[in-house]
Design a protein around this ligand. Structure first.
Ligand code: GLA
Length: 384
């Protein structure tokens, strides 16, 4: 059943508009988007579909095709406070509240059905996909004319302040501004983006899902953000920088004595080294040097494992087995602590690769991994 039909069955009328909001994978540049770094994400063809119609009442009615048993959830436009029990509809409430608080005229309700094809809690950014989708839908229905960058900033604002997740801007910006067949080289200090082809002839990007998610991901994530803030403050005692990613490795080595906490020191080392890897990754792409790119992926994973400590048994196992099975590079993608990794795999090995890694991962962790190949697609859009 498609989302249009689901809407029709649920709300007993045809939807006026249909939308798609992608998920994201990040090729390289992890945990530096809140440190003013360069990152390299792409929007993918797994994401969230929505069917929507305006109504004349004051209710927003939601239904998810992924959870049909939950039926229709009603939200009153005058009751938008966060409630844990409201689950995913909190994301929608947060966005509506944002627009109301900013003085936009939100004078009627709407019905909305959604269907997500992103695996849940997989680190492929289902939350940012939903938030950017909501912002986009609200702009479309209420004729709010803002740029895609502002849409991303609003989605990030809601995630930071309403949901309490202190994420950077990477996910929202790629979901708002993704370009078909391209990844975006994104400067998170200036919000400038450059669409770049991320294809290496003869190789395929494979997403590997650990199907393991730690419950404490958000709090651990916020802990890393806080550690970077301490690192920045310490460095600023000697050098007035705005973001940690302004530091070269040489500068970091000269200034590192300002950081007294060993853990914070490791976090900052990751940030500075990861920034350099993204710059090198761009060069590797320009030179069509897949093997160099692969080595950078491996180095990124190692740094996220040893210095940033966001990987864990499941991701490390999957990445190790991926290299054994012939990937020329592999690393965690997204926040980490579980979720997905990516691998760059020779085309003629992809099927064998998935089979072999799947078997060894299952044997080692008793969990079945999932594998996907995806397309890079445009950012959030209306298609009907
Ligand atoms: C999550 C956050 C992003 C980014 C990544 C790690 O996806 O939402 O802002 O920090 O983790 O790179």
């Amino acid at each position: 059943m498609d989302i249009k039909l689901y809407f029709q069955n649920t709300f007993e009328t045809l939807p006026e508009r249909c939308y798609f909001s992608p998920g994201r994978l990040n090729l390289i540049g992890e945990h530096i988007d809140y440190n003013g770094g360069l990152v390299f994400p792409a929007a993918i063809n797994l994401g969230i579909y929505a069917a929507v119609s305006s109504t004349t009442n004051q209710l927003v009615r939601f239904s998810s095709m992924n959870y049909p048993k939950n039926g229709i959830v009603n939200i009153n436009l005058s009751e938008l406070t966060y409630k844990e029990a409201d689950g995913w509809t909190n994301y929608a409430k947060g966005v509506i509240l944002y627009f109301k608080d900013k003085g936009y005229t939100i004078d009627h309700g709407f019905d909305m059905a959604i269907f997500g094809t992103l695996p849940t809690a997989s680190g492929l950014s289902s939350s940012a996909s939903l938030l950017v989708l909501m912002v986009f839908v609200m702009c479309d229905i209420f004729n709010i004319d803002i740029s895609r960058t502002d849409m991303a900033l609003i989605a990030q604002h809601v995630e930071n302040n309403y949901m309490g997740m202190h994420c950077g801007i990477m996910d929202q910006l790629i979901i708002a501004k993704g370009v078909s067949k391209k990844a975006l080289l994104m400067n998170t200090a200036t919000l400038e983006t450059q669409a770049v082809s991320a294809d290496f002839e003869g190789y395929t990007w494979v997403i590997m899902n650990t199907n393991y998610q730690r419950k404490t991901t958000d709090s651990k994530y916020n802990e890393r953000v806080a550690e970077c803030k301490i690192g920045l403050k310490s460095i600023r005692k000697e050098k007035k920088i705005k973001f940690l990613c302004e530091l070269s490795m040489d500068e970091f080595k000269k200034l590192q004595h300002n950081i007294s906490d060993e853990i914070v020191l490791k976090r900052v080392r990751h940030v500075v080294s990861e920034q350099k890897r993204v710059i090198d990754a761009k060069k590797a792409l320009e030179l069509h040097d897949a093997k160099w790119f692969g080595r950078l992926l491996n180095e990124s994973h190692l740094s996220l494992k040893e210095d940033y400590e966001v990987t864990g048994l499941h991701l490390d196992t999957l990445v190790r087995e991926a290299i054994r099975a012939g990937a020329i590079g592999a690393r965690v993608t997204g926040a980490g602590f579980g979720g997905c990794a990516i691998a760059l795999v020779p085309n003629d090995r992809v099927l064998d690769f998935m089979r072999i890694v799947g078997i060894s991962y299952l044997g080692l962790t008793q969990i079945k991994a999932d594998f996907y190949t995806v397309e890079f697609v445009d950012g959030v859009h209306r298609y009907e």
